[in-house]
Design a protein around this ligand. Structure first.
Ligand code: ADP
Ligand code: MG
Length: 447
């Protein structure tokens, strides 16, 4: 029989919140971690693929172990990105709905530090922080961590580089007898190093469903394209997914900006997310995505790390990631909490051989996604052109005189006739463009 949350030692007020959140059964990693964490005897390393509920695995016992008669900071949760910090903060707040005495603060970068300093002057039990901002607060002597009992490193594999630089400075503030908990979806050598350096020797390692990295519900597919048709193939795919939510990952910020711009021109409901945007913009885009006001997020790896938005039906790898683990994180954005999802990787012919490496390294299987025919792509482009016209706002700078002249030209046409002519004209234009492009290629080749 599978265990219930109550069997794991979770207290009544938390159980009540879980019922409201429709958390019926604990996930495998939660079943393993929660009793161990509550026993407060060991450091723990928790390994589980993305989307398996690691936040609650550490969040629930942590909330329960807080001593609310004491007003000092007792737990520090370090996270790699601001977005993830805010997500965990709100997860904890909802788990703690019926524990009003527990006080949680988020101190992540990207927003003014002053209000955070002020916030920390009132009693706080748990701090969710990005390493950079926490170090800033430490240096300003705005935070006291000398009674911290628990340190959580979430998504540690994504924090390795940040932590290399700053963890010593943070650890120096914490008492030696604290417990340290490290959570990760993958276990590269750098994480083993971190565990050796910062966790107690009798650390307990718990892994759940790690035999195959990557979620079983994710359908991994790849599509082979020529560089020049890449955008068109993508847009064809996106049209087929209209009304569904997805994330497109690009390798660089510049590539994100360029693609987002192209999608905007073609009237896809999309937004860009990467580390160089201001926090205000990043928050707004995430909010719009979460609320369903935009369907497509174009993002770098950094910006979308650990983000949990329900019902993301697909992710697209517009560029192949350099690192296997990155693929796990990207594809893990879809098929959350038992849903199904598609992870589509767009490749050029010379990259196809790498698929076998990803399959071997990650223990997953890819299938080939059927590329649309050139007729299908062309049809889609025409459809996009029509939508573009439909969504264009009238230009009020055009003089009345000119407008009247133009209207006179079209005077005798019905709407159907006008559409026919516009369409024929557009197709003619495309044809001319195409043939001048081929001519150019031919002339270049002759040289
Ligand atoms: P991870 O950190 O392992 O990637 P999260 O903690 O972000 O995963 O959880 C993934 C999703 O699953 C979240 O939407 C969360 O609310 C949901 N979830 C977690 N545990 C349970 C549970 N026991 N029952 C139902 N949903 C859950
Ligand atoms: Mg997580």
């Amino acid at each position: 029989m599978t265990k219930q949350f109550s069997d794991l030692g979770i207290s009544a007020p938390i159980l009540r919140a879980l019922t409201e959140l429709k958390f019926v059964k604990p996930t495998e990693i939660q079943q393993e971690i929660i009793p161990l964490f509550l026993s407060n005897t060991h450091d723990i390393v928790g390994l589980a693929k993305t989307g398996t509920g690691k936040t609650a695995a550490f969040g629930l016992p942590l909330l329960q172990l807080i001593d609310t008669t004491n007003t000092t900071i007792q737990a520090v949760i370090l996270v790699p990105t601001r977005e993830l910090g805010h997500q965990i903060f709100s997860n904890l707040e909802s788990f703690a709905k019926y524990l009003p005495e527990v006080s949680i603060a988020a101190t992540c970068g990207g927003i003014p530090i002053k209000p955070q300093i002020e916030r920390l002057s009132s009693p706080t039990h748990i701090v969710v922080a990005t390493p950079g901002r926490l170090i800033d607060l430490i240096q300003r002597k705005a935070i006291r961590l000398n009674e911290t009992k628990f340190l959580v490193l979430d998504e540690a594999d994504e924090m390795v580089t940040i932590l290399k630089e700053g963890l010593d400075e943070i650890i120096a503030e914490l008492p030696k007898n604290r417990k340290t908990f490290l959570f990760s979806a993958t276990m590269p050598g750098t994480i083993k190093q971190l565990i050796q350096n910062y966790l107690n020797k009798n650390v307990v390692q718990v892994s759940a469903n790690m035999e195959t990295i990557g979620n079983q519900e994710i359908d991994h597919q790849y599509i082979v394209v020529d560089p020049i048709e890449k955008l068109n193939v993508l847009m064809h795919f996106l049209t087929s997914k209209e009304g569904e939510r997805g994330i497109i990952f690009c390798k660089t910020k510049a590539a994100v900006n360029k693609l987002a711009k192209n999608l905007a021109i073609n009237r896809f409901s999309s937004g860009a997310l990467h580390g160089s945007l201001s926090q205000g913009i990043r928050d707004r885009i995430m909010e719009q995505f979460r609320e369903g006001h935009i369907n497509i997020l174009v993002a770098t790896d950094l910006a979308a790390r650990g983000i949990d938005v329900a019902v993301i039906s697909y992710v697209v790898n517009y560029h192949l990631p350099d690192v296997y683990e990155v693929y796990v994180h990207r594809s893990g954005r879809t098929a959350r909490a038992g849903a199904k999802g598609l992870s589509l990787t767009v490749l050029q012919q010379e990259e196809v051989a790498e698929i076998a490496d990803f399959e071997r390294e990650l223990g997953i299987k890819f299938s080939k996604f059927q590329k649309p025919s050139s007729e299908n792509i062309e049809e889609n482009n025409i459809l996009l052109w029509a939508k573009q016209i439909f969504k264009t706002k009238p230009n009020h700078d055009i003089s009345l005189d000119l407008k009247t002249k133009i209207k006179t030209v079209f005077h005798h046409l019905t709407k159907d006739e006008l559409i026919d002519k516009l369409l024929a004209n557009y197709l003619q234009q495309i044809k001319t463009e195409k043939s001048s492009k081929t001519e150019l290629v031919q002339t270049n080749q002759k040289r």
